[in-house]
Design a protein around this ligand. Structure first.
Ligand code: PRP
Ligand code: URA
Length: 209
């Protein structure tokens, strides 16, 4: 069974409150999502392996630690996942970025894949699948499956807000993928929106309706 980690850092929680507020406009929303992505990126990379290297400080030779050459891939689910990419790239600038395009059919609420462009070596990379919203879980589960079908082996899922329903779907379909979120909300409404949530993440990021 995959594990669920809720990042309860005060800065993440404070910024998430501003993100949820319907009076937060597009510009500020986008900036806040970017900032929270950086803070979550800091937490999610906590288990990166280190190795020792030798350097010379101005004072003497010293042994010190560096990230052990792990290859990372960020996989935003289009569109809304894009809003979190730059925030993580600030911390891991050498990460490669693959894109999976999925939209949720408004009638069936089922995900429809329309785009996939991935690093050629995804099977060697530690992938972070990124989407602000984990609602029914259909999009995330389909994106993870699409990545597995193309050889991906090692994945984490990172979302701003998750509904319990979406967590269950991902855990049932992908017990090997741990889930990292800033909040687990109450439920879904009849339209499959997270309650209380933040509304439509893509529309709020890009000012569409
Ligand atoms: C949103 C969100 C997720 C999906 C979550 O995308 O960004 O990808 O819904 O819902 P689910 O868990 O029920 O699948 P949307 O389909 O609105 O597309 P967009 O990002 O292009 O606006
Ligand atoms: N997609 C969103 O953007 N918001 C939700 O609440 C559910 C799905």
């Amino acid at each position: 069974m995959s594990r669920v980690y809720v990042f309860d850092h005060p800065l993440i929680q404070h910024k998430l409150t501003l993100i949820r507020d319907k009076n937060t406009g597009t510009k500020e929303f986008r900036e806040l999502v970017d900032e929270v992505a950086t803070l979550m990126g800091y937490e999610i990379t906590r288990d990166m392996p280190l190795e020792e290297t030798t350097i010379e400080t101005p004072v003497c030779e010293a042994k010190s630690k560096v990230i052990a050459g792990k290859k990372v891939g960020l996989i935003p689910i289009l569109r809304a996942g894009l809003g979190m990419v730059d925030g993580i790239l600030k911390l891991i600038p050498a990460a490669k970025v693959g894109h999976i395009g999925l939209y949720r059919d408004p009638e069936t609420l089922k995900p429809v894949e329309y785009y996939a462009k991935l690093p050629t070596d995804i099977e060697e990379r530690d992938l972070i699948v990124i989407d602000p919203m984990l609602a029914t879980g259909g999009s995330a589960a389909a994106a993870i499956q699409a990545l597995k079908n193309r050889g991906a082996k090692n994945m984490k899922l990172m979302c701003l807000i998750a509904a319990p329903e979406g967590i269950k779907v991902v855990q049932d379909e992908h017990p090997d993928v741990d889930i990292f979120v800033a909040a687990v909300d109450e439920c879904l409404n009849d339209h499959g929106y997270i309650v209380p949530g933040l509304g439509d993440a893509g529309d709020r990021l890009y000012g569409t309706k």
